[in-house]
Design a protein. Structure first.
Length: 493
């Protein structure tokens, strides 16, 4: 999509911490551990409003929100609250559309000859005539939308981004522009949704073909993001008979605050454990570690004073981050269960639940971190401080080596056996739900009998399967990935 200002980055619909009075008003409603953010101001009938809500580290639209005037008064009028939410949502969709449209243009510009495309597709997708025909329709330009309309939407969104406010007139114009383009955009999405998930790097040796397939893949990702980052709950079926207005309305019903207090709380145990960990985190960052660094210089570079900071970053910090991530996920899941009581209707793929049982390989990394903690002190005391060896350092070295050996043996032990439950709409591992739109790739390596699930945040779950288990479940995993549009790679193919 060419046009003026295309290199200008739009600001997201929420991008700042709320004012103190708004944060104070929302305090009783906020979800535990999730950041509280404030939206752009939205002008309706001459009055400026903002949405304040709990969000998932900026990676998703509001998990739960409330609409206020800038003076901090909660908006009771539903029509006004829906208008504010709808205009923020359309701006958000425009923000994501600008990314998808850039990839759309690359798909057009990177097209190669039809004969070469057909030949490469037949190699990459053998005996899948429907898939090949869908790619060919895409290559022929079917489902392409009007660049002029997309440019108008982008320009209107840029004016809002520059003014840092969705003014009354700008909001109306953007809504109208998006409504005018919606039919073409949904036609494009229907075509993209017919394509299977795939990994572009595995599309053969023809460089032009791989570039084209990568551009298609990126357009699919950004187009799906328009829907799936809207919510963990609102799937929306724009590939079928749904529409963007229905998705926006569903998000409002799911995520608008319904009660004066937060419907989700940490358990007493979670609250106590988190409180202790957070206190130690703040104490370490603001007092102990700065003091250790000062002592390091005051004592003439005594590396012994760096033992605590080393252990903190090597052992405590990863554990703390993991705990916060898990508790945040628990919060979102509990809110999801609560929100579904409001509107339980939800599309399903129709798959029957199944379980994969394997030995966890990724959990071995934790034991290597522990081993590193035991080996840090001898390294500092003996090699950096030039102190003589003692039985204490030798014992720590022995313990560290034992833990290292244990970490490599762990995946083959019975205690590392784990179950991954593939439900219709998500995957459950260690009681945590992983949603399809959070998964970047599922990779099966038949040579090593390993199943790897890559999720957002560069997290990997790796499992070793027996031959019998693999033969039984891998076809089901591949079918699940295809139906939920998660890229699946089989190294054998």
């Amino acid at each position: 999509m060419n046009g003026p200002g295309m290199d200008v980055e739009l600001i997201p619909p929420w991008s700042e911490k709320p004012a103190k009075k708004l944060k104070r008003e929302f305090k009783q409603k906020k979800l535990p551990l999730l950041p509280v953010v404030q939206s752009l101001p939205v002008t309706v009938d001459g009055v400026r409003y903002v949405a304040v809500g709990s969000a998932r580290d900026g990676a998703c639209y509001f998990t739960m929100f409330e609409v206020y005037t800038e003076a901090g008064e909660q908006v009771e009028n539903r029509h006004t609250a829906e208008t504010v939410h709808r205009r923020l949502s359309v701006y958000y969709l425009s923000y994501m559309l600008s990314l998808a449209a850039e990839r759309h243009e690359r798909v057009i510009l990177s097209s190669s000859s039809s004969d070469r495309l057909r030949a490469n597709l037949e190699v990459s997708f053998p005996e899948k005539t429907d898939v090949i025909e869908a790619f060919e329709r895409l290559h022929q330009g079917q489902g392409s939308y009007n660049y002029a309309k997309a440019s108008e939407i982008r320009s209107a969104a840029e004016r809002i981004s520059d003014s840092y406010e969705i003014g009354g007139r700008d909001g109306e114009i953007l809504e109208q522009y998006f409504a005018d383009m919606e039919e073409d955009l949904i036609a494009r999405m229907k075509l993209l949704y017919r394509l299977p998930a795939y990994h572009a790097d595995d599309m053969g040796r023809d460089e032009d073909f791989r570039v084209w397939m990568k551009n298609v893949s990126e357009e699919i990702v950004h187009t799906r993001t328009m829907i799936h980052l809207f919510s963990d709950l609102v799937e929306g079926d724009v590939s079928g008979s749904g529409s963007f207005p229905s998705i926006v309305e569903s998000h409002y019903l799911y995520h608008k605050c319904q009660e004066p207090h937060s419907p989700v709380r940490l358990t007493n145990t979670e609250s106590r454990v988190y409180g202790i960990f957070k206190l130690l985190m703040e104490l370490s960052k603001k007092v102990i570690i700065p003091l250790c660094i000062i002592l390091f210089f005051v004592t003439g570079f005594n590396f012994f004073t760096l033992i605590y900071p080393s252990l903190f970053f090597l052992l405590y910090y990863p554990v703390y981050k993991g705990m916060v991530s898990r508790l945040s996920l628990n919060t979102r899941q509990r809110y999801g269960e609560y929100a579904r009581q409001i509107n339980p209707d939800r599309g399903q793929t129709g798959m029957r639940e199944f379980t994969v049982t394997g030995n966890s390989i990724s959990e071995s990394a934790f034991f290597l971190i522990v081993a590193g903690a035991f080996l840090t002190y001898p390294f500092i005391n003996v090699y950096l401080q030039d102190n003589p060896w003692t039985s204490f350092e030798r014992n720590l070295i022995i313990i560290g080596i034992i833990i290292v050996v244990f970490s490599y043996s762990y995946p083959y032990m019975r205690m590392s056996r784990r179950k991954i439950v593939f439900k219709d709409e998500y995957v459950v591992y260690n009681k945590d739900r992983q949603w399809p739109h959070e998964m970047k790739l599922i990779h099966w390596n038949p040579a090593g009998k390993t199943l790897k699930i890559n999720v957002r945040g560069d997290t990997e779950f790796i499992f070793s399967l027996t031959s019998t288990e693999a033969e039984k479940v891998i076809p089901k995993v591949e079918t699940w990935a295809e139906r939920n549009r998660v890229p699946f790679v089989n190294s054998e193919k």
